[in-house]
Design a protein around this ligand. Structure first.
Ligand code: NAD
Length: 258
């Protein structure tokens, strides 16, 4: 049955491949991105987040079957916590009333294997407390210490933890909306291509994200998982962070998650 999706980050990479896959299967996809999408909105800003939700309500008539929140950035800059955590939370919370009007509503957001790397705990806590100003100040302090690279993994840990605490609440599980995250390993997209093409950087990436099963993936290999998680068939998977990482999480954490 044809469903209506809102996918963020559709101008590139995983969001683009997901939108293409869903459209090819006859679904209606409303794309959102900074540019070149049905809804043009900057999810690092309050104005962009309001625009996203208002335009989505107009374009759908107030009912949305699924949300796939892909928009993200890996910049060593506070904008990364603004987009990857606060922009994603605003997308999911803002569109939740539209989801609640659907029969089989589903939502998913993209975390990362980087969520299991060492994080800036103060940044994660600031994000989880919902204090964007404090999170930005904490991220800026990391940049000032020369540790701006920690912001990305911290943003991916905070959004994964937000999913786990939020999915089981009255607003989500109790009204039948699944809410999950996926945690990809290294996916070859414009975000990672410059690192992968540089042999020294590639060695650093592969050491941080070891992928014994099939190595790096294409975005088209991630899209089917997003499709299933947000399809009507998924009746009971919620609050999960599903690693699609060629085994990286198992290498890095072993049995440690138990
Ligand atoms: P990408 O750079 O190809 O695509 C990201 C998209 O997000 C772009 O179209 C960009 O314009 C959009 N975006 C960025 N900032 C935005 C903003 N402020 N407002 C609205 N849109 C914005 O990257 P990708 O690899 O496809 O990444 C998609 C998601 O997957 C991201 O959340 C990323 O962190 C995550 N991820 C990627 C990898 C990987 O190896 N590529 C691994 C783990 C997680």
């Amino acid at each position: 049955m044809s469903r209506t999706y809102l996918v963020t980050g559709t101008s590139s990479g995983i969001g683009k491949a997901t939108a293409e896959r869903l459209r090819a299967r006859g679904h209606t996809v409303i794309g959102a991105d900074l540019k070149g999408a049905d809804i043009e909105a900057d999810l690092s800003t309050a104005e962009g987040r309001v625009t996203l939700v208002a335009r989505a309500a107009e374009l759908t008539g107030g009912r949305l079957d699924a949300v796939v929140a892909c928009a993200g950035t890996a910049a060593f800059d506070p904008v990364t916590i603004k987009v990857n955590h606060f922009g994603a939370v605003a997308t999911l919370e803002g569109l939740r009333p539209l989801l609640a009007a659907a029969e089989a509503p589903r939502a998913v957001v993209i975390s990362s294997v980087a969520s299991v790397h060492p994080a800036d705990d103060a940044l994660v806590e600031a994000a989880l407390s919902g204090d964007e100003d404090a999170a930005v100040a904490t991220a800026q302090a990391a940049v000032d210490r020369g540790e701006g690279r920690v912001i990305y993994g911290s943003s991916k840990q905070s959004i994964a933890r937000w999913v786990r605490r939020t999915a089981i609440t009255e607003d989500w599980a109790a009204v039948g909306i699944t809410l999950n995250a996926i945690a990809p390993g290294t996916i070859v997209t414009p975000m990672t291509r410059p690192m992968i093409d540089n042999p020294e950087m590639r060695a650093v990436v592969d050491s941080a994200v070891p992928m014994p099963l099939n190595g790096h993936a294409a975005p088209e290999q991630v899209a089917p998982l997003l499709e299933w998680l947000t399809g009507a068939e998924n009746t009971h998977v919620t609050g999960q962070v599903v690693f699609i990482d060629g085994g990286a999480d198992a290498v890095l954490r072993g049995e440690g998650s138990w």
